[in-house]
Design a binder for this molecule. Structure first.
Ligand code: ADP
Ligand code: MG
Length: 916
């Protein structure tokens, strides 16, 4: 049977294509809240199950992850002069079918294996086409704010540097990916708001050297424990404005690389060259509708609403020219000592191991094993968009190397990344704008106050002068009137006196005359009575005059009261003016309060800006801190100390500030919201290996198990199960979980839950427990295996993958125990009824599920006691299939060996006349 017909070809190939349509292969991600349920992106790697809150610490927004696979292209180098002669009589070891995106690797004249790539680039592919296919989509997504990586992998001499690093000075069509990428980036920048900076380094024997300033050697990698961002503070970063300076920089880097390698007596093929391009762009016109600043009482101040911090997107393009993939002979035949050989191989083989682990969905990805994998942790299985070009040569003499390069590419195609947008508010520029605006307001306020005071002064003087005038005229009129009345009165009194005197005189004379006449003539009585009538008349007129003068006095009195009224009206006007004055003073006070609020907001924003900048300085761009920045940061340093409660205190900070004990106590809070938040925080902490011991010591495990038992809330149970799954990654914790009855609780949760994400967490936790040798009997005895099997009812592939992983773990431990003589009798898996499900899913279309089950079957088959049951349930057929078709050589061989060495299987195969 020609084995080539099945491996990556035929029917399986089609089903693989169905799941990964290559038409969407290189599209730019558009973050969308619908793109994926928030619990899912955390991890698709076996045991490391992190809950939804893991991604909640977004900055300005747009942080939702978009899933994307690592895209892999293969490029064939044309035969070189030496190969033309040496291989003249032989065919190339590969045959390309670019239109089908397939590559055939010849085994001999009759057999070949077919592999599928995202893109197959023949020996005639132009540099322009290679750039467009491999790197351009990554560059475009970097310009949109996502991190991106482009790397070349392949044997020395197959064209990695040709593909990435050619400057194309003599022939412009020969420009490689680095030069073309920078052209596109610089062409898309707006000089006023955006910036680009570049670092160039090499990694050789686990030491990082700055290619721009080669004296910077042995540079340390710094990882931000909170964000996981990797940075190289010791590396030179040069800000660029034009392509010419970039070309100079590349030339300089190449010269330094050459000199350094000559000095160290190493070949450049043994070092990795890494170009890092940092892009910072400001985003305009977004977020305006939904964001405004609010005054203290929640109402937005009219003067403040127009201030929103501009948003900047920071992204990074990393281009990696990897060391030659051919292995160094450890015997040192190339002139290396054994230690050197180990160290030279370390980074590249660590990269291979990480990719294997990610492709296999393994719970542990050994990123920390080498500098290269630490630097690239974001590029594989992280949040960057990644493109890999694997370069191969045509020579049949290097078939082995070519084959392993192709396999590396194939595995990398299975790695999934979650690309994320990194946006943050530009508080610095908002601060500047607010400063200017505040100054304007202060000046305007000062001007208004001056105008206002002038106006008050004018009104007051005018009122004073009017009052004085009214008073004056009133006093004058009163005085005149008084004098006139007095005069009239005196005159009339005088007249009366005169009149009275003359009357008295007259009466006296007449009396004397009458007496004389009486004496002489004793007659004339009529004249005296006339006289009396006259006096009476006089008295009458006197009365009238007095009456008229009395009227005059009363007139004058009423005039006085009129003037008094006038005076009162004047006083009322003064009162009114005073009131106006008071209200103006109030207004002024309000304005001053508003200024105070603005000032305090400005201060708060400065603090936030500082904090942001501090974290940027820590995780950021090497030596680009400008003089201005450092001055500002010094000036504000003292304020920072008081600002312990930044609005975006991350969970880790919370952990430090609040204390674990306090967080754990919140798990028992009365308030369900508090409980949900607390359990999310604990789950986040539990996802970090460093915290796990502390959480368990502080009783966190017990509290989480309690929650699983007692909580009615699905979210709490899901997140708690996720946290337990994370804690269950370590052996001591696994035993503690068992000791505290955890498996029973997990089984109950497994039986009750319907949400696939909850089931995934629970299955992940049990799967981790299954990997512990000491817990086998108890796991099975307390219903753990049955609980796992019960969860397959949900049918969700992520749940099935965890179940399969658990079964594989269990089978492996059991097999080990049997081999060591610690276990006898039929497998507990078979006793618990797992075999029918195992057999039914052994050829599952999802490769993680299939791999785990295939492994489990091989482990079970190794022990003769299980053979009869396995034959009865049809497992023998699956084993035969695995031994022939499994694409993993180790599993294939294991199945083959197992079948050959089992007398029961052999007998059955003979009985069925199957040749084996
Ligand atoms: P690597 O970096 O993988 O060691 P190089 O890029 O240095 O390989 O390529 C080795 C040689 O092959 C160089 O002389 C290069 O010019 C040539 N070469 C590589 N790829 C091609 C190609 N696609 N077309 C023509 N020549 C190529
Ligand atoms: Mg090279």
């Amino acid at each position: 049977m020609a084995s080539g017909s099945f491996r990556n070809g035929g029917p399986k190939l089609t089903s693989k294509l169905d799941r990964q349509p290559s038409s969407a292969a290189y599209s730019t991600p558009k973050p969308s809240s619908k793109s994926r349920p928030s619990a899912a992106p955390a991890s698709r790697r076996g045991g490391s199950v992190a809950p939804a809150a893991a991604h909640s610490a977004s900055k300005a927004g747009g942080d939702a992850g978009v899933p994307g696979r690592v895209r892999v292209a293969v490029r064939l180098r044309p035969r070189n002069a030496e190969e033309m002669i040496a291989d003249a009589d032989f065919a190339d070891c590969v045959e390309l079918q670019p239109e089908l995106k397939r590559l055939k690797l010849r085994k001999n004249n009759w057999e070949s294996e077919t592999y599928e790539f995202d893109e197959v680039l023949t020996e005639f592919a132009s540099q322009k086409r290679v750039y467009e296919v491999v790197a351009k989509p990554v560059v475009e997504s970097v310009l949109e704010g996502y991190n991106g990586t482009v790397m070349a992998y392949g044997q020395t001499g197959t064209g990695k540097t040709f593909t990435l690093g050619r400057l194309g000075e003599e022939d412009t069509a020969a420009r490689g990916i680095m030069v073309r990428a920078m052209e596109d980036i610089l062409g898309d920048m707006s000089p006023e708001t955006d910036s680009v900076s570049v670092s160039y380094l090499q990694l050789y024997m686990e030491s990082i050297q700055d290619l721009l300033v080669p004296a910077n050697d042995n540079i340390a990698i710094v990882e931000d424990p909170k964000t996981g961002d990797v940075s190289l503070p010791g590396v030179t970063t040069v800000e660029l404005r034009d392509q010419k300076s970039f070309m100079e920089l590349l030339r300089l880097g190449e010269a330094h690389r050459f000199a350094a390698n000559t000095k160290l007596n190493t070949e450049s093929s043994r070092s990795h060259a890494i170009l890092i391009v940092n892009v910072k762009r400001s985003v305009k016109g977004r977020h305006d509708a939904d964001q405004s600043f609010h005054g203290e009482n929640g109402t937005s101040s009219t003067m403040v609403t127009s201030f929103r911090p501009p948003i900047v997107r920071k992204s990074k393009l990393v281009v990696v020219d990897l060391a030659g993939s051919e292995r160094i002979d450890k015997s040192g035949s190339e002139g290396h000592t054994l230690e050197e050989a180990k160290s030279i191989n370390l980074s590249l083989s660590a990269l291979g191991k990480c990719i294997n682990a990610l492709a296999e969905n393994s719970p542990h990805v050994p990123v920390r094993d080498s500098k290269l994998t630490r630097l690239l942790r974001d590029s594989f299985g992280g949040s960057a968009r990644t493109s890999l070009v694997v370069t191969i040569g045509p020579s049949p003499r290097h078939r082995g190397e070519t084959s392993s390069t192709i396999m590396f590419g194939q595995r990398a195609m299975k790695v999934e990344n979650m690309v994320k947008l990194k946006e943050e508010f530009d508080y610095k520029s908002l601060c500047r704008r607010l400063d200017i605006e505040l100054d304007k307001l202060i000046a305007e306020n000062e001007r208004q106050r001056k105008d206002f005071e002038d106006e008050i002064e004018r009104i007051r003087t005018e009122a004073d002068s009017r009052i004085a005038e009214a008073e004056r005229s009133y006093t004058n009129a009163l005085e005149n009137e008084r004098l006139k009345c007095q005069q009239d009165y005196m005159d009339s009194i005088k007249k009366l006196e005169e009149k009275w005197m003359s009357d008295v005189e007259k009466a006296r004379a007449e009396h004397q005359d009458a007496c004389l006449e009486k004496e002489c003539n004793k007659e004339a009585p009529t004249s005296s009575s006339d006289e009396i009538a006259e006096v009476r008349q006089l008295l009458e007129s006197e009365k009238l005059m007095r009456q008229s003068s009395e009227d005059e006095v009363s007139n004058l009195k009423s005039e006085v009261s009129h003037w008094k009224n006038l005076e009162a009206a004047g006083n009322a006007e003064i009162m009114k003016l005073r009131k106006m004055l008071d209200s103006e003073a109030n207004q002024k006070q309000k304005l001053e309060e508003e200024i105070a609020i603005l000032k305090s907001q400005l201060l708060q924003l400065s603090l936030q800006a500082d904090e942001t900048r501090r974290s940027l300085d820590r995780g950021g761009s090497g030596k680009v801190l400008t003089g201005f920045d450092s001055l500002v940061s010094q000036a504000r340093h003292s304020q920072l100390r008081d600002s312990a409660n930044g609005p975006k205190a991350s969970i880790a900070k919370l952990f430090e500030q609040v204390g674990l004990q306090k967080i754990l106590s919140l798990l028992e809070s009365e308030d369900p919201d508090v409980r949900v938040h607390a359990v999310k925080v604990v789950a986040n902490l539990a996802a970090e290996e460093a915290n796990q011991e502390k959480i368990v010591e502080a009783g966190g495990l017990t509290s989480l198990l309690m929650l699983l038992r007692s909580s009615e809330d699905e979210t709490i149970r899901r997140v708690a199960a996720g946290a337990i799954a994370n804690l269950a990654m370590n052996e001591t914790n696994q035993e503690l979980i068992m000791a505290q009855g955890g498996i029973t609780l997990l089984s109950i949760t497994a039986a009750d839950a319907e949400d696939p994400q909850t089931l995934r967490m629970v299955a992940g936790a049990i799967a981790n427990l299954c990997g512990n040798d000491k817990l086998q009997m108890r796991l099975s005895g307390e219903g753990g295996i049955k609980a796992l099997l019960g969860m397959v009812r949900c049918g969700h592939p992520d749940v099935l993958a965890q179940v399969a992983r658990g079964i594989a773990n269990f089978a492996k431990c059991e097999s080990r125990a049997s081999t060591q003589g610690n276990k006898a009798g039929v497998s507990l898996l078979i006793e618990d009824g797992a075999l029918p499900w195992i057999v039914k899913n052994a050829n599952h279309e999802a490769s993680p599920i299939r791999r785990h089950i295939e492994l489990a079957l091989c482990h079970l088959a190794q022990h003769e006691v299980n053979a009869k049951d396995m034959i009865r349930e049809g497992a023998l057929w699956e084993l035969v299939r695995i031994s022939r078709d499994c694409s993993r050589e180790d599993i294939r061989m294991l199945a083959h060996r197992t079948l050959i060495s089992s007398p029961t299987f052999q007998a059955e195969l003979r009985r069925l006349r199957i040749e084996f």
